[in-house]
Write a protein that binds this ligand. Structure first.
Ligand SMILES: [Mg+2]
Length: 455
């Protein structure tokens, strides 16, 4: 039914009386990662789509359900301020961020407006996508250059690749580390496999936790150092890539492995002349003082942010001058509005904002609307170029594929832009360890928890 006063307003949904009634999930794997799709249901038939960050758990969102039922989803900021206490860095922010995104989708659908319009309008009509590119197995910089060149031929105008310790594997004398330390992961993996094969899941979990311990030693504590020979090989790799793709296209680098501050400085100084867009997550984002030193020690633009929760998390790094580019993930910051606020804060410090994204079209469109509404946005990450069915999970009202010639056009449909999800396609990708699609979650409806953070 159209409003008499304003035909653009859809009064079939009465925003003032809209209420959240239910929350359900579908865990998929391979679109492109383990993605946790969420629906928020309402008393007026509107459904809002959200997504818990890739690789996290729906339980981060389920714990919020008892707070949300009965609330008006259009009161986004109020609800966000109530639930933000239940988020944390990286995947821990998954629940809060998923809910925040679904609230924006519902508000947009209730008022008949695309999310970017509710954020204050857009700075651009299409969003530049940067293509994160991998080459499997042992390979050269020329191999990587050719893979990146193929992306450019598809229309991509911004590139990213890994430049890590993996490149040095098998090169004698390239890395120094406590003897035996570098072999520990394969030894632990073998023990995990053996325990699984024997059906001893207690033993399997024990070794899985030891792998967690190994991977969670912060960079400065690993004792891993790259030798001059190793730096020669890394520099040669970047040179070979540039020899193929040329020097004009922006090229960012990521996933170095657990080297500390001093090795990060040495690496950056070696590769300054290859004109890099940024070097990402060289050291853990929590090390504010070390980031400030790193940034002042090289002309390579320093970047981090995909695991930082809330504007408060970015503030110390920006104030310390520790980054040139921030790289938040909308599903880890606390959502769409918080990411826009983070972008605006970064702009005040003269920093650009790229956006991290390894999620389904839901998480992707949440990032697209945020990018459209943020002045200092540069490029949005994308991992699904080689996953064509990624484009089949949403209805035909959006372009297929969503990324065309290296860009996503900002949708004009209400909310995020997805009207319905294709359950037939999703069914093919349901996570084998988390079966079921949109199952009831009634067990999470009530919780007498007293969750005020002060007394
Ligand atoms: Mg990254």
């Amino acid at each position: 039914m159209e409003s008499v006063l304003n035909p653009a307003v859809n009064t079939y949904s009465n925003p003032s009386d809209l209420r959240i009634t239910d929350m359900r999930f579908c865990n998929v794997r391979g679109l492109p990662m383990h993605c946790i799709l969420m629906k928020l249901y309402t008393n007026q038939g509107l459904i809002g789509y959200g997504e818990v960050r890739d690789g996290a758990s729906k339980q981060y969102a389920l714990q919020l359900k008892h707070i949300l039922i009965g609330e008006n989803p259009c009161n986004i900021d109020k609800i966000f301020r109530r639930i933000k206490q239940f988020g944390g860095p990286a995947r821990q922010a998954g629940g809060v961020s998923a809910v925040e995104v679904a609230l924006w989708d519902l508000a947009g659908k209730a008022y008949g407006l695309p999310v970017y319009r509710l954020l204050g309008g857009k700075f651009r009509d299409k969003i530049r996508i940067y293509c994160d590119t991998d080459v499997d197995g042992k390979h050269t910089g020329t191999d990587m250059g050719n893979a990146l060149k193929a992306r450019m031929e598809m229309g991509f105008t911004f590139l990213k690749m890994d430049l890590g310790l993996g490149i040095l594997r098998g090169i004698p004398g390239a890395v120094s580390a406590p003897l035996g330390y570098m072999d520990e992961p394969s030894e632990i993996a073998a023990k995990m496999e053996a325990a699984k094969a024997a059906g001893d899941m207690m033993e399997y979990r024990y070794w899985k936790n030891r792998m967690y311990d190994y991977n969670n030693v912060p960079h400065p504590l690993t004792g891993i150092h790259v030798t001059e020979l190793g730096f020669d090989a890394l520099e040669q790799y970047v040179k070979e890539v540039r020899d193929v793709v040329g020097y004009e296209v922006p090229l960012a680098i990521d996933h170095f492995g657990h080297i500390g501050l001093e090795d990060s400085i040495k690496l950056c100084r070696r590769i300054e002349k290859y004109n890099l867009a940024w070097a990402e997550d060289l050291i853990p984002w929590q090390l504010t003082d070390q980031y400030a030193i790193l940034r002042r020690s090289t002309t390579v633009p320093i970047c981090t942010g995909e695991d930082i929760y809330l504007k408060e998390g970015f503030k110390p790094l920006l104030e310390a001058g520790g980054v040139a580019v921030i790289h938040p993930d909308v599903l880890s910051t606390g959502g769409i509005l918080e990411t826009k606020k983070i972008g605006d804060l970064a702009a005040d410090h003269g920093c650009a904002m790229a956006i991290h994204m390894a999620e389904s079209p839901i998480g992707c469109l949440a990032a697209v609307h945020t990018a459209a509404a943020s002045e200092n946005f540069t490029a949005l990450e994308f991992h699904s170029v080689d996953v064509p069915e990624w484009n089949d999970i949403y209805d035909d009202g959006l372009p297929k594929p969503l990324v065309q010639n290296g860009y996503i056009t900002v949708p004009e449909r209400p909310g995020l832009g997805i009207e319905t999800l294709n359950d037939e396609v999703l069914a093919k990708y349901v996570h084998p360890e988390i079966p079921g699609m949109w199952e009831p979650t009634d067990a999470w409806d009530n919780d007498p928890c007293h969750d005020r953070t002060w007394s």
